[in-house]
Design a protein around this ligand. Structure first.
Ligand SMILES: Nc1nc2c(ncn2[C@@H]2O[C@H](COP(=O)(O)OP(=O)(O)O)[C@@H](O)[C@H]2O)c(=O)[nH]1
Ligand SMILES: [Mg+2]
Length: 219
């Protein structure tokens, strides 16, 4: 009985996610879903990325997902880029964003008029990977302070993503961290994963992420 209900929930979620993609394909809007554990630097990356997107004339909207607070949206506001905050506690405290909460946020942004929407999912390496948000591509951010083993311990997250952003490389001189081991672990789970190493603090290589986005825009 329980299994049947879960199957239904996922089916409803997937159908709505497919509707979102159908509409974003028509309007040529690229929708990205950025996931990671709490504190990997998702909002910091957006803070560095948004002025670059604006400078390059890419019409962008942001969806911020958190259990509670508008702290991340508050950090983004002021970039002349529209932001919608979703607080999942209002929907039962979900640890992820599903398509049923993403769809109204996309509509609020009038996503059909935008080139790009970036969703910052709830910080969590487990549940967000299980729910299709309707995004075209999934991105996982992993920072160098999290340990090389995380792709092996949270394989679904690395299976559903097409790009791994390895953040906080500015900290490498102070850490006993094996970058080669991390990239080997990522590729063991997902041999096709693209990998971009950045520092959202120093802005190192954030332009490579911008380029990746530009290459994936639909128009
Ligand atoms: N040293 C360093 N710290 C970073 C970097 N990116 C983010 N941080 C810090 O990591 C913490 C969490 O960042 P935040 O953007 O809120 O992560 P989020 O929870 O994934 O959105 C903050 O204290 C940031 O200043 C980075 O590239 N290098
Ligand atoms: Mg954040």
């Amino acid at each position: 009985m329980k299994i049947e209900i879960l199957k239904n929930v996922l089916e409803v979620n997937d159908n709505l996610a497919n509707d979102i993609r159908e509409k974003s394909d028509k309007s040529k809007t690229l929708v990205l879903n950025m996931m990671s554990s709490p504190g990997s630097g998702k909002t910091s990356i957006l803070e560095k990325l948004l002025p670059k997107l604006l400078f390059n004339g890419i019409k962008t909207g942001i969806i911020e997902g958190d259990i509670t607070t508008t702290r991340d949206a508050d950090r983004i506001i002021g970039n002349e880029i529209p932001v919608v905050q979703i607080n999942t506690e209002k929907f039962g405290g979900d640890c992820h964003l599903g398509s049923e909460v993403v769809k109204p946020a996309l509509d609020q942004l009038h996503y059909e008029k935008l080139d790009l929407v970036i969703i910052e999912n709830v910080g969590n390496l487990v549940c967000p990977a299980e729910f299709d948000t309707g995004a075209d591509k999934n991105i996982v951010v992993i920072s160098v302070t999290e340990g090389e083993d995380k792709p092996l311990k949270y394989p679904l997250m690395f299976r559903v993503c097409e790009l791994s952003v390895i953040n906080k490389v500015d900290l490498l001189p102070f850490l006993n961290f094996d970058m080669e081991q991390l990239t080997a672990n990522i590729r063991q789970i997902n041999p096709n994963m693209e990998i971009i190493k950045i520092s959202a603090q120093t802005d190192e290589n954030v332009d490579a992420l911008l380029k990746w986005i530009q290459n994936n825009l639909k128009n």
